[in-house]
Design a protein around this ligand. Sequence first.
Ligand code: PRT
Ligand code: ZN
Length: 292
Amino acid sequence: MRTLDSTTSLRIAVQKSGRLTDKTLTLLEGIGLKFDDYKRSLLVKCLNFDVELLLIRDDDIPEYVEDGVCDLGFVGANVVAEDEADVTIIRGLNYGVCRLSLAAPKEDKLKSAADFAGKRIATSYPGITKRYFDSKNINVDIVTLSGSVEIAPRLEIADAICDLVSTGGTLKANGLEEVINIFDSETQLVKTNKPLSPGKENLIERILQRIEGYQKAAKSKYILMNAPQEAVSKIKEILPSLKSPTVMPLADNGMVAIHAVVPLSTFWDVMEQLKAAGATGIVMLPIESMIA
Ligand code: PRT
Ligand code: ZN
């Protein structure tokens, strides 16, 4: 087990091969960390930071971070909560979004938590499921399965299931109906609670700042447009910019170029309003990162 240690690299746990792998590696590369071919090795050195990745099964990540074998980990909130791991959740990352839901055969028409009383519920998440029913003082019989939970009712191993859902397609294909969402999940960045050297803490701080910038950028677009000078005050009112927009004169008399950052959530409304206010040649560009 590692202790307060300044001689080793910051070690980050990432799922080796699964739903979170590509998005996590894209995020790490997006914040400027460069790696050699990570498909061939379990321990991958970062080429430009004192960081290494440990590529393991997602189920092992909370424990490795709890024990201090890894300093940081990227893992689903569902796995962290199931393990009740003693780690610090630093932030949610907005990918790997799903929910853990109770579902039952459509024809059973279960509606509430109380309808599950006395039922056998198949799940790979016995901890979260049990805590949910315990909190409601409802007795259920939990059948723990490591996979293919959705076929348990048809095999008569269970009456209902508690499983991860994203589109709902798997439930539908198996004649099951989602009854109650008991846990919302997304990928989380978690940190060990073991003491770390100042060097590692500093590196973590830098990585966090970069992730924040990367996430902000993903939620925004950069827009450029031309407009007549007299439309500028109207356009400024429309733009929900973080800062005042940049306004530059153009060679054409009475025309200006305006640049601004616009949140993705309001982007299309803003575009329409800008056009109506007289803006022309509106161009939108993705932003790679944003540091406040
Ligand atoms: O091999 P390893 O143990 O590392 O991987 P794994 O097979 O245990 O996990 P993996 O790669 O399938 O999922 C990793 C993480 O992705 C999960 O822990 C969740 O945090 C997240 N995630 C997001 C999902 C889903 N969406 C998801 N839809 N994990 C699983 N599913 C499955 C679900 O279990 C069900 O079988 O997809 C099916 C339902 O999907 P829909 O779209 O049909 O509703
Ligand atoms: Zn797993």
